[in-house]
Design a protein around this ligand. Structure first.
Ligand code: GPU
Length: 829
């Protein structure tokens, strides 16, 4: 079916709908032995999903066959996280069959959107990094570029967050419990992964042969999940590797009654793909995590080489880079570099120099942070024991590399030690990735500038041509068509459907910002989305929202650098103003937060509690009733984002300048017509360029000012406290028992961290106090602007019109032009 549906006449439509119903009914019969009337919602969901899957599979097979026939170069996009979101509706939108299915199903009383509630959301990522990977997959499929996304099939995804007594509580996310319709295991591609043991160097034949002995084997079984593209003839795969023990339970031990021991080995092996590490922008050097990284990168490399040989038997392995590109999404998959070296050296018998040359043509690397605690290093001791062969390889690479550095920086030991891959007992993955990739990129212009000037400055001087700025993007169709169908229809009505293929066409909306009728319609849609969110909040939290208040949203991981605390402190400031002048005019406001904190990040969890207590205070005070509302929405994930973002009017993007590499939710809010309240950080800077300064509210320190304050240690937090009375009053509320009368010290740690340095670290390293006034003034602007609805609406529409530059289609085209050089799958007409 697909796009021809556009051209269907009524008769054909009726036939198509009947065919859909017939297929769904057959699935119900065959899979569950049940009829429409008796099916549970889960059974119905599965029957519909299986029907849709058949169609996606056709494109999957087609894509594979064409790629093979056209002998195309293929990209492996390696990421330890993906966050694809729910799939049923997204596939239907991509197949351009959503309306048809919806109409067909409604004829038998089934609501398609409600059905999707039955689908588990694969929480295989923490936040921006994983979601970006999924946006990229969709754009790759849309552009028909041959690619495979590779990761781990975590049995437990990111924890489910509950808020109990104002505190985060983590519950396991057993997303595979009821089966996952979209995955297909591929037993033919199961790989063996070797851990531990020792290596033996054999020079007996005049050259080095390395044998690896006494290792433990874990099997990697791939599950493929199809990824469809918009109106695309092909579907791609997200390949998720699952760990299995090569040995079933040891029956001998078992019959001796030693069940525990017999199952121990199996469990140890399977632990590898058991659970996603819940850290974002932070690395803990845990052995199991290193095992995860090797597990999926080794499986992927072995598969990629096998596939290359199968497809190009005529080509020598030295031509690998002509036919495959491997992209590593941050350094988590950087072991792939060493693993490919191992395969080229030990299995393919290539000489060292040749192997290095092949490798560096294959790999490219994206950096996603400059924050020190997120830069991945592994202790040599751990590495050596777990991955002895990779250890010897990384040592040798390091030696070569440092020698080459010596030529560029003679005698500069400190500089070379800083750039070294192995130094001071640690393996530095970012240095490995930069040294061994032909392309390195940052995720916004600002972030790339910082990479060049700061984090990788010494590398940039030697390899200037290796560095690129490639700004992130979003799968704008999911964030409009799916999340905000009302807006999507309005846009199509105004400028035609071309924008769904080419986001640049959103620019055509610009003149609509002068069209009163259009502005009213856009406002009505925003209002509907606000009501939809209010229903959700009432149903799930029992809290009633006022859809006529300003919806101000900060939804992202909880991190000190993202400064949710600044937002919360400002709410206390507003609260005090209302208390001081209860009769004064005040625009009603609703502040919505959604954020998970890493379970081990104590301070982040305390900030969540703080927000919840601020919400309580506001909730219980009759003086602020109807004026202020604060809500913390638990369990932020893709599905919640799809309800939350379309309802937002103010988008909080208030990280300390220089800290947020790009941000991607900022783009989603913009596309949905929210006005950004943001710092000069990450992609906010480019949003400012795109939309113009009168249509975005920018405040606070510049990245340079932040840098200077660190460098010259010139930040005087205490003076701010002394001199700024309003700020002092707010800060005092943190510790005077206003929030938690029974325990006034509950938040003193947060208070202390803002005002007093500890252990030599500086107080308030994210400049919450410093930016407070500027933030409050910016919020005043928001209020004033909101008081002029027409002006607000106009700005909102101009934001939508300017958001096309943040399409991930554009981002992917740029990667392809600068880095991958893939040709699209041509479909014969
Ligand atoms: N990011 Br590193 C994550 O979500 N997790 C990580 O572990 C690291 C980076 C984010 C950046 O914080 C964000 O600014 C960026 O937009 C996103 O990656 C995608 O590039």
């Amino acid at each position: 079916m697909g796009k021809e549906y556009f051209y269907m006449n009524e008769l054909n439509r009726a036939e198509a709908k009947a065919r859909i119903l017939k297929e769904v009914e057959e699935k119900l019969h065959r899979s569950f032995g049940i009829t429409f009337d008796d099916a549970t919602p889960m059974q119905l969901y599965k029957a519909v999903a299986l029907t849709v899957r058949d169609e996606v599979m056709e494109r999957w097979t087609h894509g594979r066959e064409e790629r093979a026939e056209q002998k195309l170069k293929r990209l492996y996009y390696l990421s330890v996280e993906f966050l694809p979101g729910k799939m049923l509706v997204n596939h239907l939108l991509n197949l351009v069959e959503f309306d048809l299915y919806q109409e067909a199903l409604s004829e038998v009383g089934v609501n398609l959107m409600e059905l999707e509630a039955e689908e588990p959301e694969p929480g295989l990522g923490n936040g921006g990094l994983g979601r970006l990977a999924s946006c990229f997959m969709e754009s790759l499929a849309t552009l028909q570029l041959p690619a495979m996304g590779c990761s781990i099939r975590y049995e437990y995804g990111l924890f489910r967050q509950q808020i109990v007594d104002g505190q985060q509580v983590e519950a396991p996310d057993n997303w595979l419990e009821d089966g996952f319709i979209w995955e297909v295991p591929d037993y033919d591609d199961e790989m063996e992964i070797h851990f531990g043991g020792h290596i033996i160097e054999d020079w007996s034949e005049g050259y080095l042969k390395v044998r690896h002995e006494d290792y433990n084997t874990v099997l990697a079984l791939p599950y493929d999940v199809p990824v469809s593209g918009y109106d695309s003839d092909i579907a791609l795969s997200m390949r998720l590797w699952s760990a299995r023990s090569p040995r079933r339970i040891n029956m001998e031990q078992f019959s001796r009654g030693d069940y525990i021991k017999a199952s121990e080995e199996k469990e140890l092996a399977e632990a590898i793909s058991k659970v996603l590490y819940p850290d974002d922008n932070h690395l803990e050097g845990k052995e199991l995590r290193l095992k995860q990284h090797y597990f999926f990168t080794s499986a992927t490399i072995q598969y990629a080489v096998k596939d290359f040989k199968r497809r190009f038997p005529e080509l020598p392995i030295t031509r690998l880079a002509d036919k495959i590109a491997i992209h590593i999404n941050d350094t988590h998959p950087a072991l792939a570099i060493l693993e490919l070296m191992r395969v080229l050296l030990d299995q393919e018998g290539l000489p060292w120099e040749t192997a290095i040359a092949v490798c560096s043509k294959v790999f490219a690397y994206t950096n996603h942070t400059i924050m020190n605690e997120a830069l991945e290093t592994w202790s040599e001791d751990l590495f050596k024991v777990l991955l002895p062969r990779l250890y010897s390889i990384v040592q040798a690479i390091n030696q070569d590399f440092c020698e080459s550095l010596w030529k560029h920086y003679p005698g500069q030991f400190d500089r070379i030690a800083k750039m070294a891959i192995v130094s001071y007992g640690q393996i530095h993955m970012a240095n490995l990735a930069v040294a061994m990739s032909h392309a390195v990129n940052g995720v916004s212009k600002l972030h790339t500038r910082i990479l060049k000037q700061d984090l990788f400055a010494d590398f940039y001087r030697i390899y200037p041509g290796r560095f690129h700025a490639i700004t992130n993007g979003i799968s704008y169709r999911r964030w409009s068509l799916k999340a905000n169908p009302g807006l999507a229809h309005l846009i199509t009505e105004a400028i035609g459907p071309g924008w769904l293929r080419d986001a640049a066409e959103l620019e055509k909306l610009r003149p609509m910002a002068e069209d009163g009728a259009f502005l009213e319609k856009a406002a009505a849609i925003k209002k509907e989305n606000k009501v939809r969110l209010a229903h959700y909040v009432e149903k799930t939290q029992g809290i009633v929202l006022n859809p006529d208040s300003i919806y101000d949203v900060q939804a992202k991981r909880l991190h000190e650098y993202k400064r949710q605390l600044l937002n919360a402190l400002h709410i206390l400031y507003l609260y005090q103003q209302i208390k001081a002048n209860p009769e004064a005019d005040f625009t009603p406001r609703t502040f919505l937060f959604a954020a998970k904190a890493a379970p081990g990040y104590y301070r982040a969890k305390l900030i969540i509690s703080f927000i919840c207590q601020v919400a309580e205070l506001v909730h219980n005070d009759p003086d602020v009733k109807g004026r202020l509302k604060v809500v913390f929405l638990p369990n932020y994930n893709v599905s919640l984002a799809e309800v939350l973002i379309p309802a937002a009017e103010v988008s909080e993007q208030i990280s300390t300048a220089g800290k947020e590499a790009s941000g991607t939710s900022n783009m989603k809010f913009m596309l949905n017509g929210a006005i950004t309240l943001g710092t000069l950080d990450g992609a906010n800077v480019e949003m400012l360029d795109a939309v113009g300064e009168e249509n975005i509210i920018i405040f606070g320190m510049t990245p340079e000012e932040v840098q200077q304050a660190y460098r010259f240690n010139s930040y005087r937090q205490g003076e701010l406290y002394e001199e700024n009375l309003a700020l002092r009053r707010v800060l005092d509320m943190m510790v005077d028992g206003s929030l938690t009368p029974a325990n006034p010290h509950r938040f003193s740690e947060l208070y202390q961290a803002l005002l007093f340095s500890d252990n030599g670290g500086m107080a308030d390293p994210y400049f919450v106090l410093k930016d407070f006034d500027a933030y409050a003034a910016a919020q005043k602007k928001v209020e004033a602007l909101y008081g002029r609805p027409k002006v607000w609406q106009k700005k909102s529409v101009l934001n939508i019109a300017a958001s096309g530059v943040f399409s991930s289609d554009k981002t992917i085209r740029e990667y392809n032009r600068k880095v991958w050089h893939l040709s699209p799958v041509e479909s014969e007409e």
